[in-house]
Design a protein around this ligand. Structure first.
Ligand SMILES: Cc1cc2nc3c(=O)[nH]c(=O)nc-3n(C[C@H](O)[C@H](O)[C@H](O)COP(=O)(O)OP(=O)(O)OC[C@H]3O[C@@H](n4cnc5c(N)ncnc54)[C@H](O)[C@@H]3O)c2cc1C
Length: 410
């Protein structure tokens, strides 16, 4: 095996240390798992990351305020090839459990909308809390540990690079998904899973803006729209960007979109535009009637697109024109040419196939002692705090399993 060969080379040069549990990835899931595992008595734990700093994604999340959970979080807000997988962990560690930690640490928070809880001050509060929670007596935190590889022999995992060699009986992979590579996202977790025989559900960017041409002149304008794709509908704010469309409605629907899929858009979901025009007072211009409900530039854009004169009186609009307006405003179809990719995506859809991992313990079905938690798995939450809730809940599940199994036989 290639890995085995690499382990043998440079063997003598490495600093060697033995642990009971090694966690790779000091992001949301890894940090909380280190806290829970540090409560297991007499166990030596190592938390590793290749970044200089822990929790970099937490720090940039929620516009710097971290939408750390959602009080309505439930399996309905998750997308996976195996929709049942997330249920067990989410039921055992709820948003209220995480909120207890937030309150114990006196972190000020507020509900923005739809159950989304954000820090009042800064996402730094969450990272500081997670660092404080880890019992430094039991956990070594090592940062900037790069180019890691893993091998397994004689019931022991060896996690190593050219400088270090760490061994453990339990290995937790918490290296997240592929979104935002400049802050440290890698496919490491997927590679390790493959190394141990796991299947990877193809990873694609999700909670991501779409590239769509034709809206360039509308850049910066926002409105409430209803977007539908693959039997899912979202009514929320949509923002025109220089590359296409973004905003919560777009990010949310992107979770269900596959390349070449159509997206149906109702630009005026709360109103029937035909009856609005029909009941408009005498001598109301079409553009005036539309501008009551939609941004000015957007109205000019659609009138130009459908080729109807906005200076016509509403009373003079023909049935054919009415039906054209109705079709464009309530049943527009767009086909994005793509998404803005992993650099702009909040999360990765896909990942380690959860049919091959225990939903109770997060342990690999193929390799005893190997666990996967957080976004590295094929479990993707909807926008609004659900992804962090999954990181927290899966971290709890693995630590509970390690505690209950009395893992550490030595
Ligand atoms: C811009 C942005 C905003 C977001 N906002 C929110 C929000 O407000 N609410 C919400 O619920 N979710 C949000 N998310 C999603 C959320 O951040 C992730 O779902 C969550 O961080 C996943 O946790 P994790 O621990 O699985 O992975 P991560 O938090 O990504 O942690 C993975 C860790 O593994 C390390 N790592 C990766 N590769 C290696 C390697 N090869 N060797 C060693 N270490 C490695 C990384 O450096 C990182 O520290 C946002 C994401 C982005 C990108």
């Amino acid at each position: 095996m290639e890995v085995e060969k690499n382990l043998q080379t440079n063997k003598s040069k490495r600093v060697k240390t033995d642990y009971d549990i090694i966690i790779i990835g000091a992001g949301a899931a890894g940090l909380l798992a280190a806290h829970f595992c540090s409560k297991i008595p007499n166990k030596k734990i190592l938390l590793l990351d290749h970044n200089k700093q822990v929790g970099r994604k937490i720090l940039i999340s929620g516009g710097g305020r971290c939408n750390f959970t959602n009080i309505y979080s439930s399996p309905d807000f998750f997308y996976s090839s195996n929709p049942h997988f997330c249920k067990s962990a989410l039921s055992r560690y709820t948003p209220w459990d995480f909120l207890d930690l937030i309150q114990e640490h006196k972190i000020e928070y507020y509900e923005k909308k739809l159950g989304q809880l954000f820090c009042k001050n800064s996402a730094k509060d969450i990272v500081s809390m997670l660092l404080k929670l880890i019992d430094k007596n039991n956990v070594d935190l090592k940062l900037e540990i790069k180019n890691l590889e893993v091998s397994y022999k004689d019931e022991t995992f060896v996690t190593y690079n050219d400088e270090y060699q760490f061994s453990s009986s339990e290995l937790i992979i918490a290296t997240g998904g592929l979104s935002v590579p400049p802050i440290g996202a890698t496919g490491f977790g997927h590679q390790i899973a493959k190394q141990f025989g796991h299947k990877i559900i193809p990873a694609t960017p999700a909670l991501v803006p779409f590239k769509v041409s034709g809206f360039e002149t509308l850049k910066g304008i926002s409105l409430v729209a209803k977007l539908s794709c693959n039997e899912h509908s979202i009514t929320e704010d949509l923002l025109f960007t220089h590359k296409g469309i973004s905003g919560p409605a777009v990010l949310k629907i992107s979770l269900y979109w596959n390349p070449a899929d159509q997206i149906q858009i109702d630009w005026l979901p709360e109103l029937n535009i035909v009856s609005e025009i029909e009941k408009a007072p005498n001598k109301t211009l079409l553009k005036t009637s539309l501008k009551r409900h939609l941004p000015n530039n957007f109205v000019d854009h659609i009138l130009e697109k459908i080729g109807i004169d906005g200076d016509l009186f509403c009373s003079k609009i023909t049935k054919k024109e009415l039906s054209q307006i109705e079709k464009y405003l309530h049943h527009s179809i767009i086909v994005p040419s793509g998404t803005e990719g992993f650099r702009k995506a909040e999360v990765t859809r896909g990942g380690i196939d959860t049919f091959e991992v225990s939903s109770k313990t997060m342990q690999s079905n193929y390799q005893k002692g190997l666990y996967f938690i957080g976004e590295v798995l094929d479990v993707t939450g909807q926008l609004g705090g659900h992804n962090f809730q999954w990181a927290w809940a899966s971290a709890f599940a693995v630590s509970q399993a390690l505690q209950n199994q009395g893992i550490l036989k030595k």
